[in-house]
Design a binder for this molecule. Sequence first.
Ligand code: SF4
Length: 328
Amino acid sequence: MAAKELLRVENLKKYYPIKGGFLGRTVNFVKAVDDISFTVNEGETVSLVGESGCGKSTAGRAILHLEKPTAGEVIFEEVNLTTLSRDELRKIRKDMQIVFQDPFASLNPRQTVAQVLEEAMYIQNIVPPEGKRERVLDLLSKVGLAPYQADRYPHEFSGGQRQRIGVARALSLNPRLIICDEAVSALDVSIRAQILNLLKSLQREFHLTYLFISHDLGVVRHISDRIIVMYLGRIMEIADKHSLFDNPRHPYTRALLSAIPVPRPGSKKERIMLEGDVPSAIDPPQGCRFHTRCPYVKDNCRKDVPELRSAETNGGSHLVACHYFEEI
Ligand code: SF4
């Protein structure tokens, strides 16, 4: 059976104006996300990866319309979010939740866990008042917390437990899609593994779809079905997990993968060191965004933008934005 598309992102852009001069006019833009397109199927985990500042978190926020996109379309279950009123957006957002990196910052310190969860359900009118307590306890048990913890405050929990509360809050609205924005980045390795396993088991139980945003390729390898590699606001490569890790085609993806530590002592992997820094998103390079750091750059890379092209290897979908991926 063909996979059903849940989310479609088309030519999404998010630019932030830079004000300057005496009159405070817009003098330029930070092009945080610059024309990205991809789809996410029901029940799938798609990861957005790239270095800090590549635009992956901005993309997540623009998809949810927490920040209004500058251009492009976000189609969720065949509804174009860019055409909706604020009220319509609020209603549809219960199906699209987000788990942030810093659970403490996203929880109200004056509310108990039960109040945090009940508030979300109250706003979206999810359960009748008499059923709320039962629902809260059920959610806590789903994320591995005990009933007595319902009446505690966020500061009484560890980082991992707070992230479990963040997951419970997202789950409280019965979402279809959860965007996990660096959701495990601040956690210790062992706690990180527990939260990743929790996310996977909840996905199976509730048939959830994840858009997983992370800079950590080790984490992404563990959880993803497909991976989208971003650099300076653009997509460089999209592939299923196995194709991407076994046969990366874009020079930037190869450099990123070469930086993952090898777990076995004695095994060697040559690290590809990229020259220079990531250019500014205010004035990104013409042509291929990666050309200022690419070891294979040729003249036309400096003026022609490479489109995503098929590099199919094993029957899956593998797309690469490089003029020369066939020969490098
Ligand atoms: Fe490198 Fe050119 Fe390919 Fe860009 S298009 S990744 S600069 S070879």
